[in-house]
Design a protein around this ligand. Structure first.
Ligand SMILES: Nc1ncnc2c1ncn2[C@@H]1O[C@H](COP(=O)(O)OP(=O)(O)O)[C@@H](O)[C@H]1O
Ligand SMILES: [Mg+2]
Length: 492
């Protein structure tokens, strides 16, 4: 049986134990509260307690965030005054805040973004977490507010960056598309170019063929112009030779008759000699009679005189034939690339002689030959040029006119000028003059090649050929040849 005292001691001991454990619990609770308060007070978020009527409490961060000097001031401010009149989505802040609070109470926790207003009127974006719980027998809301200005700025920056990135991407895409298009075009162009090139190659080979044919034709044409020139030449030469040969032949006929008379005289002489040697006087008388009769019949002094002139005329004729033949020789080798140092005055004389027949009836020819140096040239070819110019000049004169041939020397050139008082050349024809086949003459008379060939020959001599003309008044062709003459390979 325990004593009363023992019971009391035990009770006291139990009470002491309970008290000490209570003390421990109180201590723990105090520590917990201090921790909670430290978190509440020290957190970087604003933490407030509120009912639907208004704030109950706010931590120091909340006072700082909203710009209030004291907790008193803060608690007496209605939450509705901590927002601008409207939210960024256009909602009225007061109505919207009541809605959010209601949702907070209903759901227990509710997170949303909100734009707040500080006491100084400045606004800032925030993330709000509402937590509903019972406090002192009342439902209260704890609001944790985090200033998200920086996050928003970062977001805005990111958005801007994204927008820029987007724009860049779009541009990149556009460029890519352009590139694709350009590529496509390029490919097309390449194909076209290849096609064109093929065409060009085809045209080129066709052109080459045409060129070959033309070359052949040209050779034929040159030949035909030469034939025409030669034909012209032959006609003139035939006439020139025909004339002296005719009168030489007729002179020879007359001379043959005269020789007959002299033969007769000689036989009288023989008879007389015979009769003298045989002292046959009557025979002598008869012969003398016959001689006297012969002399009355034949006008011997006239014959003697005529023989002289016939011989002289025939010799002249023969000399002319010889000159023409010599002149022909220089044309005979027109093609041969024989270079010789020639006196162009002489060449002009030779040519004149050969075509004299073309000129003599209607042209008065004036020669104004100057002292010119001998020129290294292809003489046959230059003769062909002179001949063509002179024949053209003669053909330009319808009935009567003048041709002037002038030569002179400058320090660097030899000049040959052939002028006529013929029909002249209309200005529109001047540019076509040296083109092959340009002719105003009827078929058979002109080939239209003379001047183009002459141009080629003068060029070959490094010279120039120019024309001045006035329709109805006359034409002048001027050739300038370098005094140095033609150059040969290896010839300096
Ligand atoms: N002295 C000139 N006077 C007038 N026209 C000329 C003269 N020389 C050349 N021509 C013109 O130039 C054309 C071409 O001359 P050319 O080439 O020698 O060929 P062709 O004498 O065969 O016609 C002649 O048809 C003529 O119309
Ligand atoms: Mg001609």
């Amino acid at each position: 049986m325990r004593t009363q005292r023992e019971e009391t001691v035990r009770t006291i001991q139990e009470l002491e134990r309970e008290l000490s454990s209570l003390r421990e619990e109180v201590q723990k609770a105090r520590e917990n509260e201090a921790k909670a308060r430290a978190i509440y007070e020290g957190t970087s978020d604003a933490v407030m307690l509120a009912t639907e009527q208004g704030f109950l409490d706010g931590n120091p961060r909340a006072l700082k965030m909203y710009g209030f000097a004291s907790k008193e001031e803060f608690i007496h401010t209605h939450p509705g005054n901590l927002s601008p009149p409207t939210q960024p989505d256009g909602r009225d802040s007061l109505t919207a805040s009541l809605e959010e609070i209601r949702t907070g109470f209903e759901k227990g926790t509710h997170r949303f973004e909100w734009v707040h207003k500080r006491a100084n009127g400045e606004t800032f974006p925030a993330e709000v977490l509402l937590t509903a719980f019972d406090y002192g027998g009342r439902r209260v809301l704890q609001a944790t507010v985090q200033d998200i200005t920086e996050r928003k700025q970062a977001e805005a920056k990111e958005k801007k960056f994204l927008r820029e990135l987007d724009a860049l991407n779009r541009r990149l895409k556009e460029h890519e598309e352009q590139l694709v298009r350009a590529n496509e075009q390029l490919r097309q162009e390449i194909t076209e170019r290849e096609f064109t090139q093929q065409n060009l190659e085809k045209s080129l080979s066709e052109l080459e063929e045409i060129h070959a044919v033309l070359k052949e034709n040209q050779a034929q044409l040159l030949q035909s112009e030469k034939m025409a020139s030669l034909g012209q030449l032959a006609a003139g030469v035939a006439h020139e030779i025909n004339n002296p040969t005719s009168f030489i032949m007729s002179n020879l006929g007359t001379l043959t008759q005269y020789v007959g008379a002299f033969k007769q005289l000689l036989s009288f002489l023989d008879m007389l000699e015979e009769s003298v040697r045989s002292a046959d006087h009557p025979r002598q008388q008869t012969v003398m009679e016959q001689i006297r009769a012969f002399r009355t019949k034949e006008d011997l002094p006239f014959i003697l005189n005529d023989v002289d002139s016939l011989l002289k005329e025939s010799l002249d004729g023969a000399r002319r034939v010889k000159e023409i033949v010599l002149g022909l020789k220089s044309f005979a080798h027109i093609d041969e690339a024989e270079i010789a140092e020639v006196d162009l005055n002489e060449s002009l004389n030779t040519t004149l002689k050969l075509i004299w027949n073309e000129l003599k009836y209607k042209c008065q020819v004036h020669k104004k030959f100057g002292g010119i140096p001998r020129i290294r040239s292809y003489p046959g070819q230059l003769n062909q040029v002179f001949m063509n110019l002179l024949v053209n000049a003669a053909q330009a004169i319808p009935e009567k006119g003048e041709i002037t041939i002038e030569t002179s020397a400058t320090p660097e050139h030899v000049l040959i000028r052939i002028s006529d008082t013929g029909c002249g050349i209309p200005p529109e024809n001047l540019p076509k003059l040296f083109t092959p086949f340009f002719t105003t003459k009827p078929v058979g008379k002109g080939t239209g090649l003379g001047l183009s060939i002459s141009y080629g020959i003068v060029k070959k001599h490094d010279g120039t050929i120019n024309v001045e003309s006035r329709a109805g008044q006359g034409t002048t062709f001027t050739i300038l040849l370098p005094r140095t003459g033609v150059k040969e390979d290896g010839f300096v």
